[in-house]
Write a protein that binds this ligand. Structure first.
Ligand code: SD4
Length: 340
């Protein structure tokens, strides 16, 4: 579909649809978990051990994220690509069914940022700790300081990057190679098949939680923080309505408070997929030429257990696990690698 036509149609669609705020008093759904990218299936598998036993969504999300952070040759966690100065910095957040939330950003040498984020939520009056303060907090709470070194594959990728030192985030670097069989997920050219894991879940009690863990964009400026640890950008959970997470160019997600927007669209009665589409269109409409060159994908789950995703570019994937299904799905998009 031509871009102008697409935008015209979608804005017409948005204004013509009767929007009836949903009354969310449906009976608790069966547990469901959705996670970004194809590797979300491994994350879901871990998390399912908790969800299938009637456990809490927050525990399931944390368990899944920790699994991802344990993959040393991966895009998330300490084995991931460093920033321009050669240092791996990690961002993470969690949000639970009571709107409690915690996050860390620019955290160095700590293996499980998602668990530090949870401790920020549970033990402090704050939402976000960054840098040295976040690291000190982690150490004070029993986390171990890991060596300051790059994984062999990150070292190789960084050395290669230094040859040109160009900051060029690539569209869908996340899934240029399937991770089946399972990780390691480093591609032949040293890049990753994603660098963020976003997870949202609904548990058997009908409660929702979410979590995100990332090394951020590879070779980012030192000190740069993306959307992933920002509540309302990389993750938002409203236990009355639903939850959403994002992946891709974090700056664009922050500019529209992306996941908060997705949840608000669901509150208005839109399905998860439509809510994600409307948020994507917010980005695209403002600057279609810019949007052609970047990827953002939103993934949402509502209180009834319905899920959906939408992305700027072709290629965004997510994994779903419930009592009924276990699969990796693609989603609709605006551009096919920059082409309408
Ligand atoms: C960021 N949103 O740091 C992250 C990157 C990402 O898959 O999602 N990569 O901006």
């Amino acid at each position: 579909m031509q871009r102008r036509k697409f935008i015209r149609l979608s804005s017409l669609g948005a204004s013509m649809l009767a929007v009836n705020p949903v009354k969310w008093n449906a009976a608790p759904a069966q547990p469901v978990i959705v996670s970004t990218w194809a590797d979300g299936k491994h994350v879901n598998e871990e998390a399912w051990k908790i969800l299938s036993g009637g456990g809490r969504a927050l525990d399931a999300v944390e368990k899944g994220a920790r699994w991802m952070e344990d993959q040393i040759n991966c895009c998330v966690g300490l084995g991931a690509n460093p920033d321009r100065d050669g240092i791996v910095t990690l961002d993470s957040c969690v949000m639970d069914e009571h709107a409690n939330c915690g996050a860390v950003a620019a955290l160095e040498r700590i293996k499980h940022p998602v668990s530090v984020a949870r401790k920020v939520m549970e033990l402090t009056p704050h939402v976000l700790l960054v840098g040295q303060g976040a690291q000190q907090f982690a150490l004070d709470n029993g986390f171990k300081l890991e060596p300051q070194e790059l994984s062999p594959s990150a070292k190789e990728a960084y050395e290669k990057w230094l040859e040109k030192s160009e900051y060029k985030p690539e569209i869908n670097i996340e899934n240029r190679k399937s991770s089946n069989p399972p990780p390691p997920m480093r591609l032949e050219d040293g890049s990753f098949n994603h660098d963020t894991m976003g997870i949202v879940a609904l548990d058997a009690s009908g409660n929702m939680s979410g979590g995100v863990t990332t090394s951020g964009m590879g070779f980012k400026m030192r000190g740069r923080v993306g959307d992933s640890p920002i509540i309302g950008a990389g993750l938002f959970v409203d236990n009355e309505v639903g939850a959403a997470t994002s992946s891709g160019m974090g700056e664009e997600v922050i500019r529209i408070c992306g996941t908060h927007l997705v949840v608000e669209f669901m509150r208005q009665g839109y399905t998860p997929e439509t809510a994600c589409r409307l948020a994507v269109e917010r980005i695209v409409k403002r600057d279609p030429e810019k949007a052609k060159k970047l990827q953002v994908g939103f993934l949402a789950l509502d209180k009834r257990g319905r899920y959906g995703a939408f992305a700027i570019q072709k290629g965004f994937e997510f994994a779903v696990r419930s009592g009924r299904e276990e699969r990796v799905l693609g989603c609709k998009y605006v551009y096919d690698y920059g082409v309408t």
